[in-house]
Ligand binder design. Structure first.
Ligand SMILES: CC(C)(COP(=O)(O)OP(=O)(O)OC[C@H]1O[C@@H](n2cnc3c(N)ncnc32)[C@H](O)[C@@H]1OP(=O)(O)O)[C@@H](O)C(=O)NCCC(=O)NCCS
Length: 158
């Protein structure tokens, strides 16, 4: 697989089991993900196998980035960064000016890409109402936010 610029696409409905398996392999929550969420996801395949994914979950007036996962043998090739940039562009196109996430495992990855920590008390109600916030992510999960800048997001996705 090339070191950069992978082809990203929407998952097919029949790919839900493979997507959930990848997330489970990466120790990410799967309990609240169902077929209706798939349009918010992007995936990358390699020789027909799903190797990376991430999704946007609309939450009231805002949006949660979730389920960023890259198969262990495909890491360090820029896939996560490419998925993140593509979803930031999508969020901007949908009219969002900021994007939230919860993470227990990759705070430094997101800090390096413009996210900053947010106290749980400052997280908007749309996000606190999600299953991820309420029960799937432990209270120790970091809440992070990024203010989206249209010009910057287009540059990093190029
Ligand atoms: C985090 C993850 C998505 C990164 O995927 P990736 O395709 O290897 O990432 P990229 O190739 O785009 O970026 C690699 C860079 O991120 C850094 N990085 C990777 N995983 C990291 C982590 N968990 N924490 C901090 N930094 C991390 C690498 O050190 C590398 O840094 P460098 O560019 O300075 O060398 C992948 O490790 C993964 O699936 N982890 C398990 C699931 C997870 O923790 N998801 C995030 C929470 S939703």
């Amino acid at each position: 697989m090339a070191a950069s610029s992978h082809t990203l696409c929407a998952p097919g409905l029949d790919e839900l089991p493979a997507l959930l398996a990848l997330l489970a392999d990466c120790a990410l929550p799967v309990a609240d993900i169902e077929a209706a969420h798939l349009p918010g996801f992007l995936i990358c395949r390699d020789e027909g196998r799903l190797i990376a994914t991430a999704g946007l979950q609309p939450c009231g007036e805002t949006v949660l980035l979730r389920s960023l996962a890259v198969a262990a043998h495909c890491r360090q090739r820029g896939l996560a960064a490419q998925l993140l940039a593509a979803l930031e562009q999508r969020a901007l196109a949908d009219g969002h000016r900021q994007i939230f996430l919860l993470t227990t495992s990759a705070q430094d990855f997101f800090s390096a890409r413009g996210f900053r920590l947010l106290p749980r008390s400052a997280v908007p109600p749309g996000i606190t109402a999600t299953a991820q916030f309420r029960c799937l992510c432990p209270a120790s999960a970091a809440c992070m936010v990024k203010i989206l800048d249209g010009a910057l997001a287009r540059e990093s996705a190029a």
